[in-house]
Write a protein that binds this ligand. Sequence first.
Ligand code: ATP
Length: 239
Amino acid sequence: MSGTDLLELSGLVAGYGRIEALHGVSLTVRAGEVVCLIGRNGAGKSTLLKTVAGLIRPTGGRVLLRGEDISGRPMPWRTRAGVALVPEGRRVFAPISVHDNLLLGGYGRARKAIAAGLDDIYARFPRLAERRGQPAGTLSGGEQQMLAIGRALMAAPSVILLDEPSLGLAPRIVGEVGDIIAGLAGAEAGVLLVEQDAAVAFRLADRGYLLDRGHIITSGPAATLRNDARVRSAYLGAI
Ligand code: ATP
């Protein structure tokens, strides 16, 4: 591990009962980086994020957070330790307000930290501030994605796992959400981004990994990866 690795996966094996979806995956995310994980449908991208978040327990290999093995830790522990998952499909709590959705994301934190978190998120996402009293289910798709990200940020995460944030969004909104994602990586935070839209992934990411049927088959700087023949073949010229 280099001194600045936030997240390190080493030989990770995971799946669903007898179905093994990840067959020994290794990757790293450093502070300040957006790292993309790309691959075809069913490659194992969501499984990888869920295993890092603690929703799936690996059957082999290790998940290290700042060098500490957290493979056996449950999801709530990982959330407190700084691992946040923004799941696919923008799962906001539709009937309750934007504000209450954000409060849920800060559950368990000190009152002052929650207040500071809310201020920060409303400053970052003025549209959520304007709609703070509105039921989350009445927001547009892009606004719900912002809320899902904002809710994750309420836990002050250092590893932010994003599963298909651009899925189903209009192109103009994809750009807006992309700008937000680019701003999430910082001195103490890194992003692992799963994106079906490779053009979006390569625009946002510093580095990337190509996952194919549970194996990482190539990795490198985004600019190199986008010209890799294996990446181009996986995306059938859509880059
Ligand atoms: P997509 O881009 O379509 O979301 P993905 O790369 O995220 O795909 P995963 O959802 O991680 O892929 O799926 C990896 C493999 O695990 C697939 O073969 C899939 O059928 C299988 N799988 C996913 N979820 C389950 C589940 N709940 N039970 C059994 N098998 C599953």
